[in-house]
Design a protein around this ligand. Structure first.
Ligand code: ZN
Length: 212
């Protein structure tokens, strides 16, 4: 029997790239990159394209979720540079990088594409300390959203949701990347627009800490 296709939500960051590498061990991939008006949109897309060149998915797609700044007041979405540095926000991840309902919207798009492609699995790549997670609530919120989405699909077509790195700290994800020869140098973690990583935001600081 042919191996089932996996739709991987791929931001161009470390976590989702490693999750894609894990999923590639089980079958072909469809990599889905979503844009929502985030500051780092162009840099993340460039990283996504580089990841695709490396992992060579069966399908790849970039889809816009539209401009979320019209409905969500998150510093992540503002082009004016008012994103705080990690030293200011500390561990208060919600202050800067949380976008309400974004995870559910991403799962909806992934589910639609999985249904269209006949994919058997959706891969959500975030690790334990992903900057965009709502601490302590991300898993529960994602799973509840997924239950609603599943009920919206014909029963026989419903893919499974897999979050292979959900219990991995970032340093463990980096170790796994080394085992799988994932080229982390092409990935992008900065929450700001670039062209170079700012080295001060939550994304940059978490990346530097994990890479040691
Ligand atoms: Zn940064």
């Amino acid at each position: 029997m042919a191996k089932r296709l996996s739709v991987v939500l791929a931001s161009g960051g470390i976590d989702s790239t490693v999750a894609a590498a894990v999923a590639a061990q089980h079958g072909p991939l469809a990599l889905l990159h979503l844009e929502y008006g985030q500051q780092a949109e162009a840099a993340e897309r460039q990283a996504f394209e580089a990841v695709c060149q490396w992992i060579k998915p069966m399908h790849q797609r970039v889809v816009s979720l539209g401009d979320w700044s019209g409905v969500a007041d998150s510093p992540l979405l503002r082009p004016d540079g008012r994103l705080n540095d990690a030293a200011t926000t500390g561990t208060s991840l919600l202050a800067d990088s949380y976008v309400p309902m974004l995870a559910a919207a991403m799962l909806c798009r992934a589910a639609a594409w999985a249904y269209t492609l006949g994919a058997g699995r959706i891969v959500w790549g975030a690790s334990l300390d992903n900057p965009s997670n709502d601490p302590g609530n991300a898993d529960a919120a994602r799973l509840i959203a997924w239950q609603l989405i599943q009920r919206s699909l014909p029963g026989e077509a419903s893919p499974v949701l897999d979050a292979p790195l959900a219990q991995y700290a970032k340093a463990a994800v980096v170790a796994l990347a080394a085992d799988l020869s994932v080229p982390l140098d092409v990935t992008w973690s900065c929450l700001r627009a670039g062209p170079d990583p700012c080295r001060r935001c939550l994304g940059c600081v978490a990346r530097a800490r994990a890479l040691g």
